[in-house]
Design a protein around this ligand. Structure first.
Ligand code: AGP
Length: 600
């Protein structure tokens, strides 16, 4: 997740670029940069950290008259957040900004004899462009050839002294919008930077690329002919734009999951194989056990991971709540890999647990969403979840991407420890590659949950129950509901209900039963039957119609438990959100909570 902006015209180029980046800062803020070209004069500034640093650094850039400019705010995927890795990246006479991941950058890099200065995947774009330009002497042709070579996801803006008054642009997978008024052309990753500037916008489709100048705009389809520009009036206001048209950031983030999970897997999963660039061979040598430590939702992801790691990699794994772990005088053995999970990378208890593990000499690994956070800086290795900034206090996309990293890790370890056959690994990776589908919100499902939510606004409490992997998911479903609806909810292992909690069963006790068809279906069925016999109101979530359910939420038919897990995650998030909305709560900023808990 990064944000890009572009400008062509005679107005305040620097002002538009910096203001635009401010609007996009939520997409990443580990570094930022701008490049402005006025005929042959180039102004470039880059800075690590928040945008204010770039504003300071670009103070001396003064522009007057016509020019073109590009800007970028970065969320590191390849290479640390340093000034050298910050965009725009430059060749000898051209400059590029890019949002996305170029999967085949290593292969392209190996074929170029250019001087590379960064560790990013993006830099290949500008060198490749210049190589083709030097051959063809035609910037448009060179850009087209460049785009044809790229695999992965991208939104690209490129400016060049070879054809100085234009912006070359391309989109695949990552968002890119063109805006215009009578005098100026704008580019941005979302509507927000364009509001107040552009009167009309064109939303680029995947595989479209083109070239724009002050007076002309050409649009093409990669591998095809010309494409049609269809500008429409830009009428929305700023807040609406930031939320992408959704009512709450939480809703936007739930819907985003099916895309961001692709970012989490990008360059890491292919059919039959999983690897992490950030973990060198041999890192796991000597590891015989795993301990996972985290808080809240991240703990629930960790608990899910412990089932996956044990099952797939046959490695003893335990998951603990960081605030408990810290004071129990834990026994820490050097053959244990210590994994911390955190969206923010700043949670005090998780950070302290990590310090304890480091002090005891354990190998440490962070699964985190925020690069350069305290936890990332301290851990031996980090796998970034690449979920993009999560604004809703109730964690959604951070959770599903954390679980994905753990699933990938379990498979990587299974491969290294030879605990699975290649056939089984193929099966797992095939399922992984289907998760974007499982996380896709179906409009009819959302509509059903909206309606259903009105039946769950009262009562004396909710039990979310599940077994195996679906037990941590039940915990997560209950946490989602309680933190935004303020209703009492508990997650419980379904088989454990008869050891006490079943005493609470009556029609005013709502049981949300997670009933996957691919994992222990008959077992969970008996547990739910026991509750139904005691008159608890049952809402079952699964694919198989369950006759004792008072309400039934049907998910799609999947053949892998993790796909049922992901499908159900979306159901639980939406259900909690719709109940909270009906109760009139501020879903994005629930009472008494903070997004990042930096105190003990
Ligand atoms: C969940 O929706 C919460 N916002 C909360 O439980 C959160 O997961 C917890 O505070 C841990 O935060 P972290 O992932 O940033 O470490």
């Amino acid at each position: 997740m990064c944000g890009i902006v572009g400008y062509i015209g005679e107005g305040d180029i620097k002002g538009f670029l910096l203001e635009g980046l401010k609007e996009l800062e939520y997409r990443g803020y580990d570094s930022a940069g701008i490049a402005i070209l006025q005929n042959d004069n180039l102004h470039i500034a880059k800075a690590v950290g928040k945008l204010d640093n770039l504003i300071q650094k670009s103070k001396n850039i003064k522009t007057k008259g016509f020019g073109v400019g590009i800007g970028h705010t970065r969320w590191a995927t390849h290479g640390k957040p340093t000034e050298l890795n910050a965009h725009p990246h430059q060749g000898v006479f051209s400059y590029v900004v890019h949002n996305g991941i170029i999967e085949n950058f290593k292969e392209i890099k190996a074929q170029l004899d250019a001087q590379f200065v960064s560790q990013t995947d993006t830099e290949v774009i500008v060198h490749l462009f210049e190589k083709y330009f030097n051959q063809t002497k035609e910037a448009k042709k060179a850009f087209e050839q460049t785009i044809k070579r790229l695999k992965g996801a991208y939104a690209i803006l490129l400016i060049t002294k070879a054809d100085p008054n234009k912006i070359f642009f391309a989109k695949k997978g990552s968002p890119l919008i063109i805006g215009k008024n009578e005098k100026e052309i704008f580019f941005a990753s979302s509507d927000a930077p364009l509001i107040g500037h552009a009167k009309e916008v064109h939303y680029l489709e995947d595989d479209e690329w083109g070239v724009a100048s002050a007076h002309t705009m050409e649009l093409y389809k990669n591998g095809g002919g010309k494409s049609k520009l269809s500008f429409q009036p830009l009428t929305i206001d700023k807040e609406y734009a930031q939320k992408g048209g959704y009512r709450f950031f939480m809703e936007k983030e739930i819907y985003e999951q099916s895309d961001v999970i692709g970012d989490t897997m990008m360059g890491r999963v292919e059919e039959g194989d999983v690897h992490f660039e950030e973990i060198e061979e041999g890192f796991f040598d000597g590891i015989d056990a795993i301990k996972i430590c985290a808080c809240g939702t991240s703990y629930h992801a960790g608990l899910s991971g412990s089932y996956l790691l044990q099952r797939l990699a046959r490695i003893p794994t335990s998951s603990e709540i960081a605030s408990e772990f810290r004071y129990k005088e834990p026994i820490l053995r050097k053959d244990t890999l210590f994994i911390v999970i955190s969206q923010s990378g700043e949670t005090a208890d998780t950070l302290e647990a990590l310090k304890m593990a480091k002090a005891a000499g354990l190998k440490t690994l962070a699964i985190c969403n925020v690069d350069n956070s305290s936890i990332v800086r301290l851990a031996d290795r980090t796998i970034l979840t690449r979920a993009g900034i999560e604004k809703g206090v109730a964690s959604t996309k951070a959770f599903t991407t954390q679980v994905m990293v753990l699933w990938m890790l379990a498979l990587l370890l299974a491969k290294q420890r030879a605990t699975l056959t290649q056939e089984k690994i193929d099966e797992e990776t095939k399922a992984m590659l289907q998760t974007p589908k499982a996380l896709k919100v179906l409009p009819q499902l959302h509509e059903r949950l909206k309606r259903l939510s009105k039946r769950y606004l009262h009562g004396h409490g909710f039990f979310f129950i599940g077994r195996d992997l679906f037990y941590p998911l039940a915990l997560e479903g209950a946490l989602k509901l309680k933190e935004i609806s303020y209703l009492h909810a508990e997650g419980y292992p379904a088989g454990e209900m008869k050891h006490g909690p079943i005493a609470l069963a009556d029609p005013e006790l709502f049981t949300i039963a997670l009933m996957p068809r691919t994992l222990l279906y008959d077992k969970i069925k008996s547990n739910v039957e026991e509750l139904s016999a005691r008159d608890s109101t049952i809402c079952s979530i699964g694919h198989e119609w369950f006759e004792l359910a008072d309400d039934f939420i049907q998910i799609r038919r999947w053949t892998h438990p993790m796909l049922e897990y992901y499908d159900m995650s979306v159901v639980l998030q939406l259900l909690a959100m719709e109940i909270a909305i009906r109760l009139g709560n501020d879903v994005d900023m629930p009472r008494n909570l903070a997004k990042s808990v930096t105190v003990e």
